[in-house]
Write a protein of this length. Structure first.
Length: 116
């Protein structure tokens, strides 16, 4: 019980930077996978370094019906950039940060565009 309370206390700062979609599902996922907390805390600064026009990120829980696993968290990046420019920025984010995340973390996180 103490471990669960500690995880819940730790998740609050990491999730505060996001507009949560399905907050209960996100919190439950993070409780099962606390290994994503550092990446979630670091993501806003890493994304802002590549997407200079980002105001606030969204975060949603996503289950791919064909994925065969328990789901992932998707970082939603609001952007007015063209589709090509957005994909170029995601590629830059991959190179500067996402590809360096541990495998057990990167398999649990995705990135998508959030249309403002």
């Amino acid at each position: 019980m103490a471990e669960r309370a500690a995880t819940a206390t730790c998740t609050a700062p990491a999730l505060a930077a996001y507009d949560l979609r399905e907050a209960a599902a996100i919190r439950a996922f993070v409780e099962r996978h606390p290994e994503v907390l550092d990446a979630l805390a670091e993501a806003p600064a890493r994304i802002a370094a590549v997407f200079d026009d980002v105001q606030r990120l969204g975060l949603e829980f996503f289950i791919d019906p064909e994925g065969g696993h328990e789901g992932e968290l998707t970082l939603l990046i609001p952007s007015d950039a063209s589709p090509e420019e957005f994909l170029d920025r995601v590629a830059a984010l991959d190179e500067s940060w996402l590809l360096d995340l541990p495998c057990e973390v990167s398999r649990l996180l995705g990135v998508s565009r959030d249309y403002p």
